[in-house]
Design a protein around this ligand. Structure first.
Ligand code: LLP
Length: 422
């Protein structure tokens, strides 16, 4: 459930008419709902009650400071994949004791930064990384808590580009290597070996592969304990899919949690999760305005002022985003449109042959499910400004990232002396 709906024919986010934001802040603009973020966090966290679990929001899904602060105030942790994301989480008020540092390409500087910050856990993805981390920890006189990321050779995820758990993916190490690595970390005086981690993909709509991966992790932990090697934590990653409103609903957090509790029934271990999309996806929309209606034989093309630089998911994953007019259609029958952005690429096509209420130049629309992997993946391609972000709370709203102007972009660039005009 989310807090975006029509009221008296106008599309609202909580108590705010979205057209007001579009008129005042301009389009394209991302809008997030505090109540939805909080609700999704609660639904996920409470689904495991009374088992206490760490819910570390995957910052990569939405790294806006105000979004992170909203979740931090609920007690959320953060799953991070760069020093930048750790810094963002800390500045938003997530305590280091709830920050997980994952990722296949952590640099030595980033590892040192994470160790210095005292994060909850570093998820190690290879033997080379383990060695570097051990060296860093020794130099800093620290003993960071680590987990080994296992690649359980289970495929899952809505699209091949977001599946991470197959044996040939670049993430994690095989089951045997992970066991060996864990034992090695356990014996390392500079590392505190705490657990195993797994993340097999994103937008997962079937619990079976997740259950298989979690079963693998439990089996591994049992083997280690059987050999007298202590293991306290299991990090089960993120990946639970969300409804994009054109396909059957994915499993609910309650069904997901029931499966997890079944797999780990009677097994005393701390569980952590790294949900991103499930918390932020349906907590955000992207508002855009119709610039032009291009009539042509066949279907008309709706040209919007938002492009693939603002929301790249349709271009790279063929992702579906529901499109709603901010003014609810009256009785006119829907029409089929191709919906495109202004970027000079054929890929800048949000959808083809989509049946929508009739739209005219100047009309406003919302792309739904844009709160995760939306603004964070935006670029300035075609010298376009990064869209601003707005956070709604009740009947108030605040611009939580202003529009990135051309001046902001140009300020970073410099013309070398030899090109200066005399
Ligand atoms: N943990 C790890 C280690 C991850 O790699 C990811 C996502 C997550 C957690 C969060 O997964 P989620 O709960 O959001 O599914 N840009 C793509 C999604 C890429 C996901 C990458 N990893 C998209 O727009 O669909």
């Amino acid at each position: 459930m989310n807090h975006f709906d029509y009221r008296d024919g106008e599309f609202y986010c909580e108590g705010v008419r979205l057209a007001d934001i579009a008129e005042t802040v301009g389009t394209p603009v991302y809008v997030y709902s505090s109540a939805t973020l909080e609700r999704h966090y609660d639904v996920f966290k409470n689904a495991f009650a009374p088992r206490e679990v760490l819910v570390a929001f995957a910052v990569k899904a939405n790294a806006n400071l105000a979004v992170l602060a909203t979740l931090a105030r609920k007690g959320a942790g953060a799953d991070t994949v760069s020093a930048g994301e750790i810094e963002r989480a800390l500045r938003a008020g997530v305590p280091a004791s709830r920050i997980i540092f994952s990722g296949v390409g952590k640099t030595e500087d980033e590892l040192a930064f994470a160790v210095g910050a005292g994060v909850h856990q570093i998820n190690v993805e290879s033997i080379a990384e383990l060695e570097t981390l051990s060296r860093c920890a020794a130099a800093l006189g620290a003993k960071p808590a680590i987990a080994i990321r296992v690649n359980p050779d289970v495929g899952a995820g809505g699209h091949e580009k977001i599946s991470t758990g197959k044996g040939d993916a670049k993430f994690g190490v095989s089951i045997d290597q992970a066991l060996a690595l864990y034992r090695r970390a356990h014996a390392d005086p500079h590392l505190a070996a705490k657990g195993l981690a797994v993340h097999i993909g994103s937008q997962i709509k079937d619990l079976a592969p997740l259950e298989a991966a979690f079963g693998v992790l439990r089996g591994m932990a049992e083997r280690l304990r059987g050999d007298g090697v202590s293991i306290e934590r299991l990090d089960l990653g993120g990946g639970l899919g969300v409804p994009y409103f054109h396909e059957p609903d994915p499993p609910s957090p309650a069904e997901y949690a029931a499966m997890v509790l079944r797999v780990f029934d009677g097994f005393d271990v701390s569980l952590a999760f790294e949900p991103g999309r499930m918390i932020a996806g349906n907590a955000g929309v992207l508002l855009a305005r119709v610039i032009r209606l291009q009539e042509r034989p066949g279907r008309p093309i709706l040209v919007l002022d938002a492009g693939m630089n603002d929301l790249i998911r349709p271009a790279i994953y063929d992702a579906y985003h529901d499109i709603k007019p901010l003014k609810q259609a009256q009785s006119a029958p829907p029409k089929a449109y191709d919906v495109v952005g202004p970027i000079c690429e054929t890929g800048d096509t949000f959808t083809r042959n989509r049946s929508l209420p009739e739209l005219r130049p100047g009309d406003l629309v919302a792309f739904l499910t844009a709160g995760a992997y939306g603004a964070v993946m935006a670029s300035t391609y075609n010298a376009r400004a990064l869209a601003p972000e707005v956070l709604v709370r009740g009947d108030r709203y605040e611009i939580v990232r202003r529009r990135w102007t051309l001046e902001d972009q140009l300020a970073l660039e410099r013309t070398p002396d030899w090109l200066e005009r005399t």
